[in-house]
Ligand binder design. Structure first.
Ligand code: BG6
Ligand code: MG
Length: 216
């Protein structure tokens, strides 16, 4: 991506800032196993970036399993309990490579940063890994009506930053998130996930490879 100049950054959380995607996978896998639903890392690609509710719907569809609303809600609760239990020890060492350096670089250049995450646990996670003070704007799964791949989460982020989408780079590791950002009119960097490198405007294997100097 050449010759673009931006005024703000929006980050996805899971898989871009923090290495929590495998924890999500294992918690979902334990639910799938309970119902003998075959579910592997490739199936999990479809879940990345999706809300908790949509993720469970996809898993149940994979197994052609129908359950009551009550049981569905119990499973959402159980998955989250298992997930939260598995990230209790999360700390700054679980930040993905290049995150702190980029956040500091953005701060030193007065480039505002926002979070655009589907997770309802986003605030707690940012606080566990100690980076919440870097974010001027925080949009999470509790604040949107339409989850990714709908662009709402990023459009709200842009609005709160007081910028238009074409003044912002979004960092994403999920197909649903790349679609949300592209449909919203943002520039999108795919981070670390080779499955989505062709859907985004550019690809970096980690944020270490991204140089903000080139875009401001
Ligand atoms: C996204 C993750 O960031 O948040 C998904 O990529 C996850 O895997 C979704 O399902 C919802 O997260 P939570 O923490 O609200 O269950
Ligand atoms: Mg993600």
């Amino acid at each position: 991506m050449r010759n673009i100049k931006i005024k703000g950054l929006l980050f996805d959380l899971d898989g871009v800032l923090v290495s929590t995607e495998h924890n999500h996978f294992l918690a979902w896998k334990s639910i799938a196993d309970q119902y003998q639903i075959p579910f592997d890392e490739l199936d999990n690609e479809r879940l990345k970036g999706m809300s908790r509710v949509d993720s469970l719907k996809i898993i149940l569809q994979l197994g052609d399993v129908w359950i009551s609303e009550h049981e569905f809600n119990d499973l959402l609760h159980l998955k989250n309990e298992r997930y939260l239990n598995s990230i209790r020890q999360l700390s700054q060492k679980d930040l993905l490579p290049g995150v702190l350096a980029l956040l500091n670089q953005a701060r030193s250049k007065n480039i505002p940063c926002g979070l655009g995450s589907s997770s309802k646990n986003a605030k707690a996670i940012l606080s566990l890994v100690g980076i919440e003070s870097y974010f001027d704007v925080l949009i999470d799964g509790n604040m949107v009506e339409h989850p990714k791949p709908h662009p709402e989460v990023f459009l709200n982020g842009a609005k709160q930053l007081g910028l238009s989408p074409n003044q912002i780079i979004v960092f994403e590791d999920a197909e649903s998130g790349v679609k949300a950002a592209k449909d919203g009119g943002f520039y999108v960097f795919a981070v670390g996930n080779l499955h989505i490198q062709n859907s985004a405007d550019a690809f970096v294997s980690s944020l270490l490879e991204f140089n903000l100097d080139e875009y401001v």
